[in-house]
Design a protein around this ligand. Structure first.
Ligand SMILES: NC(=O)c1ccc[n+]([C@@H]2O[C@H](COP(=O)([O-])OP(=O)(O)OC[C@H]3O[C@@H](n4cnc5c(N)ncnc54)[C@H](O)[C@@H]3O)[C@@H](O)[C@H]2O)c1
Length: 293
């Protein structure tokens, strides 16, 4: 068991990637402080998961709430070994020419500032712990436009840079800091920022799973367990030489446009290739030394 005797914090643990990762850490022997603003979901997770999972209410947009979570976990167990800064939502949907300042700030607070202060208030309890490690959730949205609304994409790109800067700052305390960049993962996030009935949420999840499966080299929808396994690796001693980096776990969706990996798809240069083949065929068919040469 990779995390026996370790204290692990998971934010946004009531649903999706956070819930699955909390379950994995608990299975592997950790004491998991699973936090969220969804008290019912958090309580359900703690009740239904085998192992030591303790739910703590924490709103990651509230720095006092983050500090209270970290102080509570350390007071109960003596310190913190692993922090998984995971909580977020899709944030503001507006494009850059329409977004309001409050929408921008709200998204930055939830997606980026939350991670900064998740690190800030955990680290005093992580110093001197062997194998201390922080994993932050970024996204393929940080690779380029088109995967998410703009404010979220910018905040997730910020999480990547924050990860590198924090890895540098915290090297002196032997704390590793890395990020994970999930692709399209089958969770509630696609509808969590908009008001839709429950059955439509399930429909939206199914549509996105199908569309992403068709758009990526790995021909299935991404699951929370795909991310949980990668997070556990980054948090574990097996990744002891890994810090300040990011792991993209996306079924290959960011490797390039479909024609670059799908043998059924016509390649970008198919037209040129065809012209060349036609020219070669014509040259082969024409008599040697003809006037055309
Ligand atoms: N699902 C994807 O395709 C995908 C892709 C890239 C990145 N991500 C990232 O993965 C992380 C987890 O998302 P998910 O897909 O599991 O979504 P999810 O909606 O299933 O889970 C997010 C959890 O965060 C909680 N949360 C929201 N606001 C909070 C707050 N202020 N304080 C504390 N908790 C809060 C929610 O209650 C929920 O339980 C997020 O950082 C998200 O941006 C997800």
């Amino acid at each position: 068991m990779r995390f026996s005797g370790r204290t692990v914090i998971v934010t946004g643990a009531a649903s999706g990637i956070g819930a699955e990762t909390a379950r994995l850490f608990a299975r592997e022997g950790a004491t998991v402080f699973a936090s969220d603003i969804d008290d019912d979901g958090g309580a359900r997770l703690a009740a239904e998961t085998q192992g030591d999972v303790r739910f703590v209410h924490c709103d990651v947009t509230d720095t006092a709430s983050i500090k209270a979570l970290m102080d509570h976990a350390a007071a109960e167990t003596g310190g913190i070994d692993v922090v998984f800064n995971n909580a977020a939502a899709g944030g503001a949907l507006a494009p850059i020419d329409e977004i309001e300042p409050s929408e921008w700030d709200g998204t930055m607070d939830l997606v980026l500032r939350s991670v900064a202060f998740g690190i800030r208030y955990a680290v005093p309890h992580m110093k001197g712990r062997r194998g201390a490690s922080i994993v932050n959730v970024s996204s393929v949205a940080a690779v380029g436009p088109g995967y998410s609304p703009t404010a979220y994409a910018v905040a997730k790109a910020g999480v990547l840079h924050l990860t590198k800067c924090a890895a540098a700052d915290l090297a002196r305390h032997d704390i590793r800091v890395n990020a994970i960049q999930p692709g399209f993962i089958n969770t509630n996030i696609f509808t969590s920022s908009i008001e839709v009935p429950e059955e439509m949420k399930e429909m939206a999840k199914a549509v996105i799973a199908q569309q992403s499966a068709n758009a990526q080299p790995v021909k299935r929808g991404g699951q929370p367990a795909d991310i949980a396994e990668a997070v556990a690796y980054l948090a574990s001693d097996a990744a002891g030489f890994v810090t300040g980096t990011s792991l993209v776990v996306d079924g290959g969706i960011t490797i390039g446009p479909r024609h670059s990996w799908d043998p059924e798809e016509e390649t970008l240069f198919a037209g040129l290739q065809k012209m060349q083949e036609e020219a070669e065929a014509a040259a082969a068919g024409s008599p040697a030394g003809s006037a055309a040469s």
